[in-house]
Design a protein around this ligand. Structure first.
Ligand code: MG
Length: 429
C-alpha cells in the first residue's frame, strides 16, 4: 500500500505521458495502444518493443512513429527510429512511463532497468513480481520508482484504497472461475485446447487464458497483490464471481468494504494507470447497464478441483525460489498443453512435481532466481514424460521405456520417492 501511495500525483498528472510499451504486439500492448490512440493529446509513444510478430510491430511503428523500438527478431525496416534493447528503452531519459506488457520472465530485466532509472511503471506482467517480488519492491523503494497495477483485480484494489489512510484488513480477489468451473474431474481431464482458450468474460492472451482456466492465474495474482499492497497471504481471499463485474473488494479495519465494479474490459485499468489520478471519459468503454444484470454471485473457491491455485498460494507463502519455479513449470506445462502434448489436468501435476523436487533458496539473488527458473523449465519438460495422462505421452513412454532419457527420469523419480519416504520415517521417529 505504501508503495502505491508514494505517487506524486500533482506533477504526474499534468505532464504529457511519454510512453514506452514493452510487449506492444501482445493483447495488453495492443489494448494500451488503443487507449493512447483515443487520448493522443495526453500521451505519446516514445518506444515500442514487440516479440516475433513483425508484421504487427511494423504497422504499430508506422502509425505511432516511436523514437526507438525493439523486436526479438531484428526487422529490416526503412525507418529512422533507433533499434535499442528493451532495457535501454525502459530506462531512456525521454520516457516517463513504461508499460510492462511482456509475458513470463521477459519483463524482469527491463523492469529492473526502468526501476533503477526511477520511471513510473504500469505493470501487466505479473510473473515478474511473482518471481522476484522482494528484489523488485526493494529496488522500487530505493529508486523511488512507482509501480502502478494494470491487472484488473489489482487496479480495483488500488482504486478502492484511494483516500484511505489506514491499512486494509483483507483483500478479496475475484475470479470468474474460468470456463470449467462447473466441470467434473472427468470432464476436466478431457478439456481440449480450443475449449480452454475460450474464456467466458475476458479477452486475453493464450497463456493467461489457460492460467485463468486452471485458476493458476488467480494464485499468481494473490502473490502479485502480496507484493504490491504489502499484505500477508492470510489476509488475501479468493472469491469466485462468474459475472466478472466486481473486480475486487477491500475490507477495512472497521468491517466496511469497498469494491470496484465495471464491465470486464482491460482498457479501463490500462487507462486508469496511464492517466492516474485523472478519470477520463472514453466512449469506447462499455458501461454497466443495471437493468441487464440480474444477479451478482460470489462463492468460495474449490481448491480440490483446481489444484494450481493451492500450489501457487503455497509457493507464495514459502517464498524463496519456489514462486520462480512455479512460474517456469507452469509456463512449460501450459505450452505443452497448447501443443497437445499433455492434458489439461496434467498441468497441475507437472507444476506440483517440479515444486516437490526443488530445493528452494531463501532470499535469493537475481542470478539464483534465474537459475531456479532454468532448472524448473528443464525439470518440468522432463517430468512431463513420466507423470502425464495424455494418450500420446503414455504411448510415447511405452515405446521409449528403454530409452536413456526415460530411465534417467524413472530413476530420478524413484530416488526422490525413496528420499521422501526416508524423510517421513525420520520425522515419524
Ligand atoms: Mg487479472
Amino acid at each position: 500500500m505504501q508503495r502505491l501511495k508514494m505517487i506524486n500525483t500533482s506533477s504526474f498528472c499534468e505532464a504529457k505521458k511519454k510512453v514506452a510499451i514493452l510487449g506492444s504486439t501482445g493483447s495488453i500492448g495492443q489494448q494500451a495502444l488503443g487507449v493512447i490512440r483515443a487520448f493522443n493529446s495526453k500521451a505519446q509513444i516514445i518506444g515500442l518493443a514487440g516479440g516475433e510478430n513483425l508484421e504487427l510491430l511494423e504497422r504499430q511503428i508506422s502509425e505511432f512513429q516511436p523514437k526507438m523500438f525493439y523486436s526479438s527478431v531484428k526487422p529490416n525496416l526503412a525507418y529512422k527510429g533507433e533499434f535499442l534493447s528493451m532495457e535501454e528503452i525502459a530506462s531512456h531519459p525521454e520516457v516517463n512511463l513504461v508499460i510492462i506488457a511482456t509475458s513470463g520472465k521477459a519483463g524482469l530485466s527491463p523492469m529492473l532497468a526502468a526501476l533503477r532509472a526511477g520511471k513510473v511503471l504500469a505493470l501487466a506482467n505479473k510473473e515478474v513480481l511473482v518471481m522476484a517480488g522482494e528484489i523488485i519492491t526493494k529496488e522500487a523503494e530505493c529508486h523511488q520508482a512507482q509501480i502502478l497495477p494494470i491487472d484488473s483485480e489489482h487496479s480495483a484494489v488500488w482504486q478502492c484504497l484511494q483516500g484511505e489512510k489506514s491499512k486494509p484488513r483483507r483483500l478479496f480477489l475475484t475470479a470468474s472461475g474460468g470456463p470449467f468451473y462447473c466441470y467434473s474431474q472427468l470432464q476436466l481431464s478431457q478439456v481440449t485446447v480450443e475449449q480452454a482458450l475460450h474464456h467466458p468474460t475476458w479477452k486475453m492472451g493464450r497463456k493467461v487464458t489457460i492460467d485463468s482456466a486452471t485458476l493458476m492465474n488467480k494464485g499468481l495474482e494473490a502473490i502479485e497483490a502480496h507484493w504490491l499492497f504489502t499484505i500477508p497471504f492470510e489476509d488475501i481471499e479468493i472469491l469466485v464471481h462468474p459475472q466478472s463485474i466486481v473486480h475486487s473488494i477491500v475490507e477495512f479495519m472497521d468491517g466496511s468494504m469497498k469494491a470496484q465494479l465495471s464491465q470486464p474490459d482491460m482498457r479501463l485499468p490500462i487507462q486508469y494507470a496511464l492517466f492516474y489520478p485523472e478519470r477520463l471519459p472514453n466512449p469506447e468503454l462499455p458501461l454497466l447497464d443495471w437493468s441487464k444484470i440480474q444477479s451478482l454471485n460470489f462463492e468460495p473457491v474449490d481448491y480440490n478441483k483446481f489444484p494450481c491455485l493451492k500450489l501457487a498460494l503455497d509457493a507464495g507463502k514459502l517464498g524463496g525460489t519456489y514462486p520462480a519455479v512455479l512460474c517456469a513449470a507452469d509456463e512449460v506445462a501450459v505450452e505443452l498443453f497448447l501443443d497437445n502434448k499433455v492434458t489439461f489436468t496434467d498441468i497441475p501435476r507437472i507444476v506440483e512435481k517440479t515444486l516437490e523436487q526443488h530445493a528452494s533458496i531463501a532470499q535469493p539473488s537475481l542470478e539464483q532466481i534465474l537459475a531456479a527458473d532454468a532448472w524448473a523449465r528443464e525439470y518440468a519438460e522432463r517430468s512431463s514424460l513420466c507423470h502425464c495422462e495424455h494418450p500420446t505421452v503414455i504411448a510415447r513412454n511405452e515405446v521409449t521405456k528403454q530409452s536413456p532419457r526415460f530411465l534417467a527420469c524413472l530413476f530420478s523419480t524413484l530416488r526422490a520417492s525413496a528420499r521422501n519416504k526416508l524423510r517421513n520415517l525420520r520425522i515419524a521417529r
